[in-house]
Structures are given as structure tokens and as C-alpha cells.
Design a protein around this ligand. Sequence first.
Ligand SMILES: [Fe+2]
Length: 142
Amino acid sequence: MRPSWPLSFVKWEEAYSQGNDLIDDLHHSILANLNALYFYANSDSCNHLVGQCFDVLVKNMELHVLTEESLLHDIHASTANEYRLNSQILLAKFIAISEQAKGDMYPAELLSFIRTWWTEHMKYHQYLEPFLIAEKQLFCRI
Ligand SMILES: [Fe+2]
């Protein structure tokens, strides 16, 4: 029997925009896959795709933190080393929870972890935003 979740989809809000198209697209991608995971987990016809969604989410998270880390490093931002340490801890936790959740068709812990991370990450972006705006590069947004 499927558990009842208090969770729901996460909708994009304009307040999430960072003024950097590359970062915004990476954030969109994470939310898109988070919402896909939620959909698959609650779907009778697509529930078998939950496991595949884990792998995509892990790659999304890795690409996102490595990109932000690289942008901060390139401009010698004072926060680059702190970001690297925090992102290594984050990725290790995320991968561990994803591995635990594999085979679980109702990955409530993983969804909850990502949602909590997203809220905290948006708060952290208030601190990062000036650095990321300074690092605008040519990027073609879809
Ligand atoms: Fe971010």
C-alpha cells in the first residue's frame, strides 16, 4: 500500500532566479527531476521509473554543485573553499540516501531530503548571488 505523503510538487518561483542563466537552468533541472520523482512515485503506470530518476537526480546535483564551485573558484570568491567543503558533504549525504532509497518505490526520505536542501540552498544563494552575478558568462538559455 502506498503511503500518504504530506509532500507535494515544488513549483518554480521567480524569487528563485539568481540572475545567472546557467545557474537558473541547473536549478530548474533539479526541480524538474524532483517533481518527476514525486510523480513517478505516486503513479501506477510510471512507478517502475523511480529508480532511473534517482540516477538522473544524482547527476543533476553533482553537475550543479560542481558548476557553482567552479564559477566561485574562477572569480576567486572568498566563499569558494567553504562552498567546496559544504558541497562535498552534501553530495556524500545525497548519494548515501539515494543508494538507500534504490529499490524503494516510495522514496519519501529522499524527497524530503531534497526539499529541505532546496529551501536551505535558496537561503544560501542570497549570500552567493553577488558572486554568481559577477560570473556571468555567455550561456544560451533554453
Ligand atoms: Fe545552486
